[in-house]
Design a protein around this ligand. Structure first.
Ligand code: ATP
Length: 517
C-alpha cells in the first residue's frame, strides 16, 4: 500500500528495463530511476529535514524530472502537490498556501514567475529548481531507505481543475491510488512491460496518476520533447517508440484523429488511447474509431474518485455489431472493480435503472476528504458514499450514461434540461465544429436554453437550420431559445469548457434570438 514500492519492485525485478524517455531517447533504466528517487528522498528527509506527511509542491510542465520528484517525495514519506504548469503564478501560490507545502520543485521556465512571490507562502522553506547544478547534485547524492507509509496516509493532494469554483484539494491516500493502479489492469488496459506511457496531457492531473500502473508493469515512461500535446510529435513517437498508451481529453482525441487522418498515417503505433475527463460526443468517437481503429477506452472519474469510476472497455467500443452499440458509445461504461456506483434522488433515495439522479460512488478509490475543507467534505461524503455532482442514469446492464454536471442542468418551466443532450444533437450538423449549451435567467421560465456555437471554417449554419434539427430530434421545450455564434469556446488548461464564463457572457442578454414558434 506504499506507492514507492511500485518503483522499488520494478528496479529489483526489471532493473535494466528502460524506464524514462525524453522523446525517443532513453534517459535511464529502472535501477537508475530508483537510485535518483532514493537520492532525492534522502535529501528531502535527512538534509531538508521534512517530516513524513509534509507536502511538496511540484510546479513543473511535463518533463522527465517529474517522475523523479514524484517518487523522490514518496521515498521520503512526503505527499506531493502537483500544480498545473499553465496556472498563473498567483494561482500556484494559492495552492501552495492552501496545501501548506513545506518544499517546492519548480522547473526553470516557471521559477521566474513564482519565486519572487514565495514570500507570501511562508510554509515553503525549501525550493529545488530542476535543471540547475544544485539539483543535479541532489539527484545524484547518496541513497536513503524508503520511508514506511500506511495505506491511509496522504500520497497526492490533487487540486481539481476548478470548473465549478476555486480548485479543491482532494486528499488521495496510498490505498486509493494503489486500488486505482491495480484495477487499471483489469478494467482499463492490460499493461505490458513493453508498453510506453506517453505524457501528452498534464502530468499534474490524471495523466500523471497513470504513471503508476506503468511503473507497476515496469513499462516505459515517455515524455515528449515538447512536453506538450502535439499530434505530429505523437505520430512520430508512435513510429519510433511504438506501443504508445496515452490519456487524452476529448478535445485532444479530436485533434489527434484529425492529424492522423490528414497525414494518412498508420495508427498501429498507438496501443491504447484512454479518453475521459469530459464528455466525448458520439459523433466524435465514431469518427475516431473509423479513422484509428479499436484502440480506445473511455474512463469516467474525478479527482475525488480517481481516475476511473466507470470504464467503457476496448471490447465494448469495438463491438460495432451489438444492438446497443450506439447507446453504449453515449455511455461512460460500467463500474470498475473497486467501486460500487448508484444513482440517487436529491433526498438520497436510491433510484432504479433508467431513472436519472446524482451519481454516487463507494469503494477504495474514493477520497478521504477535501484538504482543510470539512464543510465541502461533509457535502460530498455522506453515509459512506461520494456524491459526485454528476447527473446520470444506469441501464439494466449497469452502463452509466451521464447527463451533465448537476450545476449545469437547466431548469426551465419546472423541467430539467440536460445540456449534453442538446449538444449531441447540434453537433450532428456539419456546420457545427463545437458547441456548448447553458442556461440563462428568464423571468417567465426560470431559465432559458442558450447554445454557443463555433461554426466549421467553411459553412456557418443558420439559426433556422439548427432549430429545425432540434425540432426533429428533441422535445420542443428543450431546444435553444437563443444561439450565439463564437470563434472559440472558453476552456481551462485541461481543455474543459468553462460554462461559468459562458453564463457570465450572457449577463447583457443573448445576441441572436431563435425564430418565433
Ligand atoms: P471542479 O471539481 O473544480 O469543478 P473539474 O470538474 O474539472 O473541476 P475534475 O476532477 O478535474 O474536476 O473532473 C471530473 C469531472 O469531469 C467529472 O465529475 C465529470 O463531470 C467530468 N468527466 C470525467 N470523465 C468524464 C467522461 N468520460 N464523460 C463525461 N464527463 C466526464
Amino acid at each position: 500500500m506504499n506507492l514507492v514500492q511500485l518503483l522499488v519492485r520494478a528496479a529489483r525485478v526489471h532493473g535494466d528495463r528502460p524506464a524514462l524517455h525524453r522523446g525517443a531517447a532513453v534517459l535511464c533504466d529502472y535501477r537508475g530511476l530508483a537510485a535518483r528517487a532514493a537520492a532525492i528522498g534522502g535529501h528531502l528527509r535527512e538534509r531538508a529535514g521534512l517530516a513524513p506527511g509534509a507536502r511538496v509542491g511540484l510546479f513543473m510542465g511535463n518533463c522527465p524530472e517529474y517522475l523523479e520528484a514524484l517518487y523522490g517525495a514518496w521515498w521520503a514519506g512526503l505527499a506531493v502537490v502537483p500544480i498545473n504548469a499553465k496556472l498563473h503564478p498567483r494561482e500556484a501560490l494559492y495552492i501552495l498556501g492552501h496545501a501548506q507545502a513545506g518544499a517546492l520543485f519548480v522547473s526553470p521556465d516557471l521559477a521566474g514567475g513564482l519565486l519572487p512571490l514565495l514570500g507570501e507562502a511562508p510554509s515553503v522553506r525549501h525550493v529545488f529548481e530542476t535543471g540547475t547544478p544544485g539539483y543535479r547534485a541532489l539527484a545524484g547524492g547518496p541513497a536513503a531507505a524508503p520511508a514506511h507509509r500506511r495505506p491511509e496516509d496522504l500520497a497526492w493532494l490533487f487540486y481539481t481543475s476548478g470548473t465549478t469554483g476555486r480548485p479543491k484539494g482532494v486528499a488521495q491516500t496510498h490505498r486509493m491510488l494503489m486500488a486505482m493502479t491495480t484495477s487499471y489492469f483489469t478494467d482499463v488496459d492490460a499493461v505490458d512491460g513493453a508498453d510506453a506511457a506517453v505524457y501528452a496531457a498534464p502530468m499534474s492531473h490524471g495523466a500523471g496518476l497513470y504513471a503508476l500502473p506503468y511503473t507497476l508493469a515496469a513499462a516505459r515512461h515517455v515524455v515528449p520533447e515538447s512536453g506538450a500535446f502535439d499530434p505530429a510529435e505523437l505520430a512520430g513517437l508512435a513510429g519510433s517508440v511504438g506501443r504508445l498508451a496515452m490519456f487524452a481529453a476529448p478535445t485532444m482525441v479530436k485533434r489527434l484523429v484529425a492529424g492522423v487522418e490528414a497525414a494518412g498515417a498508420d495508427p498501429a503505433g498507438f496501443k491504447t488511447i484512454v479518453y475521459g475527463g469530459g464528455p466525448m460526443y458520439v459523433e466524435d468517437i465514431r469518427h475516431a474509431l473509423a479513422v484509428m481503429g479499436d484502440r480506445f477506452v473511455q474512463i469516467y472519474g474525478q479527482g475525488e474518485a480517481p481516475m476511473t469510476i466507470t470504464a467503457l472497455s476496448r471490447a465494448h467500443l469495438a463491438d460495432h455489431g451489438h444492438p446497443r452499440w450506439l447507446a453504449r458509445l453515449a455511455s461512460v461504461g460500467v463500474a470498475q472493480s473497486p467501486v460500487e456506483v448508484r444513482v440517487a434522488a436529491a433526498d438520497g433515495t436510491v433510484l432504479p435503472a433508467g431513472e436519472t439522479g446524482e451519481v454516487q460512488v463507494r469503494g477504495d478509490v474514493v477520497m478521504a476528504e477535501y484538504w482543510r475543507d470539512p464543510q465541502a467534505t461533509a457535502r460530498a461524503l455522506r453515509d459512506g458514499w461520494l456524491w459526485t455532482g454528476d447527473v446520470g442514469a444506469l441501464d439494466e446492464e449497469g452502463f452509466l450514461t451521464l447527463k451533465d454536471r448537476s450545476k449545469d442542468v437547466i431548469i426551465s418551466g419546472g423541467s430539467n434540461i440536460y445540456p449534453r443532450e442538446i449538444e449531441e444533437v447540434l453537433l450532428t450538423h456539419p456546420g457545427v465544429a463545437e458547441v456548448s449549451v447553458v442556461g440563462m435567467p428568464d423571468a417567465d421560465w426560470g431559465e432559458s436554453v442558450v447554445a454557443f456555437v463555433v461554426p466549421t471554417p467553411r459553412s456557418a449554419p443558420l439559426t433556422a437550420d439548427l432549430d429545425r434539427l432540434c425540432l426533429d430530434r428533441i422535445a420542443r421545450f428543450k431546444r435553444p431559445k437563443h444561439y450565439r455564434f463564437v470563434d472559440a469556446l472558453p476552456k481551462n488548461h485541461y481543455g474543459k469548457v468553462l460554462k461559468t464564463e459562458l453564463k457570465a457572457a450572457l449577463a447583457g442578454g443573448p445576441d441572436e434570438p431563435a425564430p418565433p414558434k
